[in-house]
Design a protein around this ligand. Structure first.
Ligand code: TMO
Length: 325
């Protein structure tokens, strides 16, 4: 049914309102599910369900898709995933920008936070004097014995995250710093193993060095990143660096979102909300803590976060509903 402009002018108000709603439907989201990645650290998984819950509140359908972190950017490019919502600059910018350059992945904005992914110690390790001189890295030259574990062959142990997170960055770091005769790197099977190690080391009163990141729940519990030589572009072996430079620390960085280039067309309302949303350090720390401190499942943590933070997220979904009128 096509009404001429003339007829539209004389429509009774109620019919005009109906007509406006119909024309608004032109801008409605597709009922195809929005495909959201599930990775292997808590804030990412909770945030996936938070964003999915926001989309559902707008009438959209969502699907959660378990993916390998580094493969996820290519999957967004190819359209197998609709979006990525936690792109950490220091470990993921290569995959993100490669997918953008090939075409198919678009920048969907930046969270309101500064990120860091680095080796460090719980504050009580410093308070107990287990490695005098921390957080400066040079302190590691003399204190390795207090950080030995049954699997470390007498060396101090760094417990890295799963190898799929950063490959050989930390083993190369130890070599670059000339610490490989005193320290060794072990990879955790999953993020949970890092938090188990924090609890076990505290109980046993032994030193521990683990990989960690911020924002995370440990921002509130007390964790200190070790200060390594400053990062510079290309310092890491994988980026063309040498043994002389690969001792560099991790850079601070941004936390970005990305989407398949079709998302704004297939789901204009959901895309508008997704591009507007930006979580801060408190929001992200809470999402992790609901699981890693309070013991909720990821899905329940997201429900709880959504119900207690309506003032944070509703402006992003409400301001898009009715857009296009
Ligand atoms: C990718 N991560 C935030 C776990 O370092």
């Amino acid at each position: 049914m096509i009404l001429s402009k003339l007829k539209l002018k004389i429509l009774p108000p109620i019919l005009a309102a109906t007509f406006a709603a119909v024309s608004c439907a032109t801008y409605a989201d597709s009922n195809k599910p929005i495909r959201i990645p599930i990775k292997n650290w808590s804030s990412q998984i909770v945030m996936a369900h938070v964003i999915g819950g926001m989309f559902e509140s707008m009438g959209n359908r969502v699907e959660y898709v378990p993916v390998d972190n580094q493969a996820s950017f290519e999957a967004v490019r190819a359209g197998d995933l609709t979006l990525v919502h936690e792109v950490w600059q220091s470990t993921m910018q290569n995959g993100y920008y490669n997918a953008m350059e090939k075409g198919g992945l678009i920048d969907a904005g930046t969270h309101d936070v500064v990120t860091k992914e680095e080796m460090g110690v719980p504050n009580w390790v410093i308070e107990k004097g287990l490695c005098p001189g921390l957080p400066k890295w040079e302190a590691l030259k003399d204190c390795h014995a207090a950080f030995a574990t049954p699997d470390s062959g007498g060396k101090g142990r760094w417990l890295e995250g799963p190898q799929s997170w950063h490959g050989d960055v930390m083993p190369n770091r130890i070599k670059g710093l000339g610490l490989d005769s005193k320290w060794t790197v072990k990879f955790a099977g999953a993020a949970d193993a890092l938090w188990t190690e924090l609890k076990a080391a505290e109980k046993e009163g032994r030193g521990t060095v683990i990989f960690n990141w911020s924002p995370n729940f440990t921002d509130a519990t007390g964790f200190t990143f070790i200060e390594f030589p400053p990062y510079s572009d290309g310092c890491r072996l994988a980026d063309g660096g040498s043994l002389a430079t690969t001792g560099c620390g991790s850079p601070t960085g941004w936390l970005k979102k990305g989407a398949n280039y079709k998302f704004p067309k297939t789901h204009p309302q959901a895309y508008a909300a997704f591009s507007k949303l930006t979580f801060n350090k408190t929001n992200i720390g809470q999402m992790a803590a609901l699981v890693d401190v309070d013991g909720l499942t990821h899905a329940d943590a997201a429900k709880k976060w959504l119900s207690t933070n309506k003032d944070v997220w509703m402006p992003w979904t409400e301001s898009t509903l009715g857009a296009g009128n």
